[in-house]
Ligand binder design. Structure first.
Ligand code: NAP
Length: 248
């Protein structure tokens, strides 16, 4: 039986594990890996391991020890370090690797996007664009805003962690997928006049972008880090097809 390692942490990684289990049956053993950021991971087909590998060298060791035949990197497009480690580890261990990367969002008519290269640039632009910002970057992106004054920051995170004691900071705990009507209500309720978002792509978190368009609110859109070179799929179906071809 061949062994597939899915590097996860996204909805697509869960869908992929389930789809591979359905389509490939007992021809393949599925191992999914999570960094350990969420306390309650969504259930998925196959086995789950949690925690870092110890860099590219640690991951290469894991691939050899577990006799992994294929790796699918289905991590978030902003999780650049694990993807770089996966490329180096797979090269070192001679394991075929596929990246499952959802396409980025593209600006439409009436969108008011200000595209910036990274979070630091978003923080610099923010005070000139609004006074009440909805910041949907996950828990990891919050620290970059620490020095920012005179802007009320409304963060949304998937899980309640440490409370934010600072005045002018609010935290909404909610996990996607989100609906546009709810996002419009949220932006109105919190009197948001600017949104800060990563260009994550996908349907689950797009509603805030559509809601901002509807309300003519500017969006500071943080571009993705460069993608790792290598074989790529843009959706779960393409990734399953890749595995089926590799199994033949
Ligand atoms: P990162 O900066 O690329 O990775 C940091 C370290 O976390 C890696 O070096 C690795 O540790 C460990 N790691 C990351 N993903 C892992 C995985 N799937 N399995 C085992 N170890 C993993 O990643 P991040 O931005 O902190 O994201 C962490 C996880 O959250 C990823 O799985 C990602 O898919 C998910 N996520 C990230 C975002 C985001 O905006 N960045 C959004 C949604 C979900 P070692 O070097 O010790 O192996």
């Amino acid at each position: 039986m061949k062994r597939l390692l899915i590097l996860g942490g996204t909805g697509e990684a869960v869908e992929l594990a389930n789809a591979v289990a359905r389509r490939c049956g007992d021809r393949i053993r599925i191992l999914s890996s999570l960094a350990g950021r969420t306390r309650k991971p969504r259930p998925m087909a196959g086995e789950l391991r949690v925690g870092g590998f110890g860099g590219a060298t640690g991951l290469a060791g894991y691939l050899r020890e577990m006799r992994i035949d294929f790796v699918i990197d289905a991590t978030h497009p902003f999780a650049a370090r694990i993807s770089a480690n996966a490329r180096r580890a797979c090269d070192a261990a001679g394991v075929p690797r596929l990246m499952l990367v959802r396409p980025p969002w593209v600006s439409r008519a009436k969108d008011r996007w200000i595209v910036v290269p990274d979070t630091a640039a978003a923080v610099r632009r923010l005070p000139r664009l609004g006074r009440r910002a909805f910041v949907a970057l996950g828990s990891g992106g919050r620290a970059a805003f620490d020095g920012l004054k005179d802007v009320v920051l409304i963060f949304r995170v998937a899980e309640a962690r440490d409370p934010l004691p600072l005045p002018g900071r609010e935290v909404i705990v909610a996990r996607g997928p989100f609906r546009m009507a709810d996002e419009v209500r949220l932006l109105n309720q919190w009197r948001v006049d600017v949104v800060v978002s990563r260009n994550s792509g996908g349907a689950a978190t797009y509603a805030k972008i559509a809601a901002a368009r509807e309300l003519a609110i500017p969006v500071i859109m943080i571009e993705r880090p460069p993608s790792e070179p290598g074989c790529g799929a843009t959706n779960v179906e393409e990734a399953v097809e890749w595995i089926l071809r590799e199994l033949d």
